[in-house]
Write a protein that binds this ligand. Structure first.
Ligand code: ZN
Length: 491
């Protein structure tokens, strides 16, 4: 039973639409994954967290989701227009590695940081290089239907022919004349009928190391083709959601739609969803600007633009503080503010159990749950959910200070709200960072140590009490003595 009515913004229709899966309760969801030739950065974090939120929420409200996120390990050339060297092959050449060593190395590192960000693994994670046979079959189908042509061992998609029968530019709202006027002259231009045509198969130059046999030449598939082929293979000829970063809308997703339609003669994807980008202090992130921060650097505080290391949960929370379709500007101030807000939520959560229950509540907390659902149902508005959670934290703190009263039922409700929304759907992990944390085993061990220290102090056994304090400080803990005993925090 699906109890919530979710609306999502469909980039294809440019409207918010009620989400109605083709085969409810099953949902097929495909998200363009990373090209594994370098370390993941903030852009990957936003993309990963956005579609993790969608994945978690769809499952929470009762759908059975098949989430496919690919690994691009062949065919993504240096220039987005489809020229230059293969990104993986170039890295392999520079590092003197096998291309698949590069792929494995950066895939492992991508999984590590996605795990740090507490994103759930996709149901299937197919590699483009593992689906060359299927991609060749796709090309044959597009050729058979008359929307591609072979030229000198390569195969190109015939955009102008396709545009006569369908609409090229339906997603990005660009038209061919405009594209013809703006696209630059490219390598291999002479092979193409029109400069807007894109490669389905490229004949490999003699020095090109990633190559496979095909009916046309020894070569490799075009980048856009893998997503059409693998999404249809695993999710069917019609499926629900295709996601990706806004920077992929053109040409990547536009080309995917053209390929899909050239094969199937109809739209394959029902809802296209795109997350917006991250800027750094108002600037686009780029290696040339020196503001390119990888997630590993961010978590270690290892970059000249960073004032300190940031916990992955702070980064996740920071991303979720904005709606996924708005831009987010990264700065130390913004991350420090996110860290503070999140700490305040953790503190309030830790205090819930300490709130004294009253016979009746003096405030109404019954509407918070439905308000959080309303926000999520409105195109995943995590920013509003966080605002409600911050209000909930204020309620808990007021009850704890004795300014308002809460019944046991309402105390339980507030705890549920944190468990469902903050830890469940928003996917925040309650990491061990202070005595106000809820990792029970760790907390108990610390309480025990501080208890022993207190007893030593009571017995004037200063050597033991100092030893515990000094060793804990050396291990990275901050111990503060207060009137109600000692409190600890990880520095
Ligand atoms: Zn893709």
């Amino acid at each position: 039973m699906i109890e919530q009515k979710l609306s999502v913004y469909n980039t294809l229709t440019r409207k918010k639409e009620i989400f109605e899966p083709i085969h409810a309760p099953h949902v097929g969801m495909y998200v363009c994954g990373p090209t594994v030739y370098s370390d993941a950065h903030l852009g990957h974090a936003r993309h990963g967290v956005t579609f993790d939120l969608l994945f978690r929420y769809l499952q929470h409200i009762g759908y059975k989701v098949r989430y496919v996120r690919n690994i691009t390990d062949v065919g993504h050339l240096e220039n987005e227009e489809g020229s230059g060297e293969d990104r993986i092959a170039k890295k392999a050449r520079l590092e003197q590695l096998e291309p698949m060593e590069v792929v494995q190395y950066y895939s492992n590192r991508y999984h590590k940081v996605m795990n740090d960000l507490n994103t759930l693994s996709p149901s299937i994670e197919p590699h483009a290089s593992g689906h060359i046979i299927e991609q060749i079959e796709s090309i044959k189908e597009i050729l058979k239907n008359g929307y591609a042509y072979e030229s000198n061992g390569s195969v190109y998609f015939d955009v102008e022919k396709y545009n006569k029968d369908f609409d090229y530019g339906i997603l990005s709202h660009r038209n061919i004349e405009e594209m013809l006027n703006t696209s630059r002259e490219l390598d291999g231009q002479e092979e193409k009928r029109s400069r807007v045509d894109f490669a389905l198969w490229k004949k490999a130059a003699p020095e090109h190391i990633m190559r496979w046999p095909s009916p046309w030449s020894d070569g490799f598939p075009g980048w856009h083709l893998e997503c059409s082929t693998m999404s249809i293979k695993y999710l069917g000829k019609e499926f629900d959601i295709h996601g990706g970063g806004l920077d992929l809308m053109f040409p990547h997703h536009e080309c995917e739609i053209a390929q899909n339609t050239a094969m199937e003669k109809h739209q394959v994807v029902k809802y296209w969803m795109h997350n917006n980008m991250i800027t750094i202090s108002g600037q686009k992130m780029a290696r040339s600007l020196g503001n390119f921060i990888t997630l590993e650097q961010l978590f270690a505080g290892d970059h000249e633009l960073l004032e300190k290391a940031y916990n992955p949960m702070t980064v996740r929370f920071f991303i979720l503080q904005a709606h996924y379709r708005s831009t987010v500007d990264f700065s130390n101030e913004a991350l420090l503010a996110a860290e503070k807000s999140l700490d305040r939520l953790f503190d309030a959560y830790a205090r819930i159990d300490k709130v004294p229950a009253s016979p009746a509540s003096s405030v109404d907390v019954k509407s918070i749950r439905s308000k959080c659902y309303d926000a999520l149902n409105d195109d995943l508005n995590s920013a509003i959910v966080i605002a409600h959670l911050c209000d909930t934290a204020t309620t808990i703190n007021s009850a704890n200070a004795g300014n308002i009263t809460l019944s046991q039922e309402d105390i339980n409700e507030l705890k549920d709200i944190f468990d469902i929304f903050l830890f469940g759907i928003l996917g925040i992990r309650n990491d061990v960072t202070s005595s106000n944390n809820n990792n029970e085993a760790f907390g108990k061990a610390m309480d025990l140590l501080l208890d022993i220290r207190q007893k030593a102090k009571d017995n004037k056994d200063w050597a033991t009490s100092d030893q515990i304090r000094n060793e804990l400080t050396k291990a990275g803990f901050d111990i503060k003595d207060g009137k109600d005993g000692a409190e600890w925090k990880l520095k």
